[in-house]
Design a protein around this ligand. Structure first.
Ligand SMILES: C[S@@+](CC[C@H](N)C(=O)[O-])C[C@H]1O[C@@H](n2cnc3c(N)ncnc32)[C@H](O)[C@@H]1O
Length: 405
């Protein structure tokens, strides 16, 4: 059965929406035809195309699940990201000024995770998962990657082939570093001597800087570093890193603007310190994260740095042991940048804290909104919220927001 639908808007997961049905790869105002009665269905024909429709740059678009919106012109696409943020905040009763989306694609992603699985036959497939599926779409290139990841896919293939005998699905995270590619594997489990040797050979053949399996060092040519604000920072295996250089710059710029002239700042959920290292140009920083490897990396970078105010780096689980009122005494500002789950426990303490400013960075508007409501209940006023887009063509949006008393 063929049905003709008019797309009213693009939903928060990137699908066109019409009469309660989800039609991927469509745009507002488009008239499309779909077959069948499923709730989510790709169009069989675009009857009237939007003037904002553009040619997707990637031949895998439509099968690869990595991108949802390559067919949308940049301006309306970035405006949509702002709109989904505004709508999520409004659902929680928050109506701040929302700035235009900052396009932080820059030169592209500096980190990527490929998946390697045996396909339906016996073929080993290396690529990304298809949309809403575990099936692998084998790819030959990805337009999202930075030039520094040009060799990432061939390297991932060599690594996957070396572990074919293990027979398990493997995730291959590749990060561009100053020394070359740093690869962290998840999934193969403990390796026997033969697989380990094969893997070392593959790592050498691919010219990797380092290869780790769930944090366990398999091969290291040189310890990988990244450059953060002019400082060399050692990278812990698989440790968090903002997806693009431009994204890190954009978020850090907004964080610095948010803390203003603060002279003592806490950087909570600090990772390897992209905010702490920049904040320490002007302020004494207490930097906290639960990842001991990230905290050790930041501490090492601080020891090698010059011209910075002191940074005290500390390993602590902020979900179970948030900084308490006594810990916050003497601080002018707090920055927090939690994982997707948000910073519920810490926000409850911050709500009552006697500090000048709070800057929140978030990769999840819904948990941010929850935490912002806690802060608002404690008398904090939410200022401008800025959406930042470093996950180009996905439905993912990040943000920076400032709170004042
Ligand atoms: C979104 S990342 C931000 C890292 C850093 N601000 C950056 O820009 O690179 C979130 C960080 O929260 C840390 N984290 C996750 N759960 C945590 C917890 N329970 N307590 C403290 N830190 C945690 C992770 O290790 C990660 O470094």
């Amino acid at each position: 059965m063929t049905t003709r639908l008019t797309i009213s808007h693009v939903g928060h997961r990137g699908d066109g929406v019409a009469d309660g049905r989800f039609v991927p790869y469509t745009l507002p105002g488009e008239v499309v035809e779909v077959e069948g009665t499923e709730e989510r269905v790709a169009p069989s024909r675009i009857v009237t195309a939007s003037p904002d429709r553009v040619a997707p740059p990637c031949p895998h678009f439509g099968t690869c699940g990595g991108c949802a919106l390559q067919h949308w012109a940049s301006t309306p696409y970035l405006a949509w990201k702002r709109d989904i943020l505004t709508a999520t905040l409004a659902q929680h009763g928050l109506h701040p000024e929302v700035a235009p989306t900052v396009d932080a694609r820059g030169t592209g992603r500096r980190r990527v995770t490929f998946h390697a699985r045996r396909g339906a036959g016996t073929r080993l497939e290396v690529g990304f998962t298809a949309a809403r599926s575990h099936a692998i779409v084998a790819i030959d290139a990805c337009p999202l990657l930075a030039p520094s990841l040009e060799r990432a896919l061939p390297a991932a293939r060599l690594v996957a082939r070396a572990l074919e005998g293990v027979g398990k699905p493997i995730d291959i995270q590749v990060t561009a570093t100053l020394q070359g590619l740093d690869v962290e594997l998840r999934g193969p489990g403990r390796l026997g001597e033969k697989d380990r040797l094969r893997l070392m050979e593959a790592a050498n053949a691919a010219g990797l800087a380092r290869l780790t399996n769930h944090g366990d060092l398999v091969m290291q040519r040189e310890p990988p570093n990244v450059m953060i604000d002019g400082h060399r920072v050692p990278l812990p295996p698989g440790g968090f890193l903002q997806a693009t250089d431009a994204g890190e710059e954009a978020l850090a710029h907004l964080v610095l603007a948010g803390v203003g002239k603060a002279k003592a700042v806490a950087d909570l959920f600090c990772g390897v310190g992209p905010f702490a290292l920049r904040l320490a140009r002007q302020a004494k920083v207490r930097a906290v994260d639960s990842d001991a490897g990230a905290v050790a990396s930041l501490a090492q970078a601080v020891r090698m740095a010059s011209g910075l105010k002191p940074i005290q780096a500390e390993t602590r689980d902020l979900f179970r042991r948030p900084l308490m009122a006594s810990d916050l005494k003497g601080l002018d500002a707090v920055v927090f940048d939690p994982p997707r789950a948000g910073a519920e426990a810490q926000a409850t303490i911050l709500a009552k804290a006697d500090i000048g400013r709070i800057v929140a960075v978030s990769c999840n508007p819904a948990t941010f909104a929850r935490d912002a409501c806690s802060l608002a209940a404690g008398g904090w006023k939410l200022g401008t919220v800025t959406p930042v887009d470093q996950f180009t063509w996905s439905a993912h949006v990040e943000l920076v927001a400032t709170f004042t008393r």
